[in-house]
Design a protein around this ligand. Structure first.
Ligand code: NAD
Length: 262
């Protein structure tokens, strides 16, 4: 089987699919033959995806912070479209603030999506996958989960929790044939990344990301470039596929070496 057909006959759920990395994951899976249920908070980015790949992409709104909505969409999707073979948690939010100024609401809202959302979706799909004896779950975390960063405490902590949750789940369901892995991207060219750049100085901001910043103890990117969403999506597709059939509880860093994997 070629990589182009890795997901022929498979059905995948993707959260946060309306733009950025989530949208690239939909293309990576559907482009390799999967039927994909692409979900996001609003229909904005989903409209263009709906019906693509010869009708294999179905689009639905889903707020991953809403446990009941997650459960009901998964149940409904499986009844209408068949059993899920793959689930990819991509939905995520970032807010930037020093701890001293971080409001309760921002801390809670960050965990609601980045950690609780991953729990809601993974619990719902893993139960069903384990009962059937196969499945693959990939959670997109962040390299910020593995290295301290200034002004990113809530984000980094929420992603570290998602990584450890996914490993624990992976251990619980391994004997049932379900694999659970994380992909931890570094800086990737999306709206989330651009949101941290200085308005009117985007080129200099991008250069700063690649070069690093000693004042904030931030390393640069040894491979000398910011990732494209497809760089992350390709790693997700690999871990979701049978090519990674002997890999579980793994955390794959796709960050151009930024964290020196220390
Ligand atoms: N861009 C980067 O540099 C970078 C680096 C490391 C990790 N990540 C992670 O990759 C993932 C995708 O990031 P991105 O850069 O594409 O971000 P993005 O902001 O461009 O896209 C995130 C998507 O998640 C959706 N979303 C937010 N809250 C949601 C909710 N409650 N329910 C459902 N969907 C929701 C948004 O609507 C959006 O479409 C995130 O989990 C992010 O933390 C991104």
């Amino acid at each position: 089987m070629t990589a182009e057909q890795d997901f022929a006959g498979r059905f995948a759920l993707v959260t946060g699919a309306g733009r950025g990395i989530g949208e690239a994951v939909v293309h990576a899976l559907a482009g390799r033959g999967a039927r994909v249920l692409a979900t996001d908070l609003t229909e904005d980015g989903l409209t263009a995806l709906a019906g693509t790949y010869e009708g294999r992409v179905t689009a639905r709104t889903l707020d991953v912070t809403d446990s009941a909505a997650v459960e009901s969409l998964v149940a409904e999707a499986e009844a209408a479209l068949g059993p899920l073979d793959v689930a990819v948690n991509v939905a995520g939010v970032l807010s930037v603030s020093p701890v001293a100024d971080l409001p309760d609401e921002e801390w809670t809202a960050t965990f609601a999506v980045n950690t609780h959302g991953v729990f809601h979706v993974s619990r719902s799909v893993s139960r069903r996958m384990a009962a059937r004896g196969s499945g693959s779950i990939v959670t997109v975390a962040s390299n910020a989960a593995g290295i301290p960063r200034t002004n990113m405490s809530a984000y980094a902590a929420s992603k570290a929790a998602a990584v450890m949750f996914t490993k624990c789940l992976g251990l619980e369901v391994a004997s049932a044939g379900v694999r659970c892995n994380t992909v931890s991207p570094g800086s990737t060219l999306t709206d989330m990344q651009r949101g941290m750049w200085t308005v009117g100085a985007e080129e200099a901001s991008a250069r700063g990301v690649v070069e690093g910043d000693l004042a904030t103890y931030r390393t640069g990117i040894p491979l000398g470039r910011i990732a494209n969403p497809s760089d992350i999506a390709d790693a997700v597709a690999f871990l979701a596929s049978d090519r990674a059939r002997h890999i579980t509880m793994h955390d794959l860093y796709v960050d151009g070496g930024a964290t020196l994997r220390a």
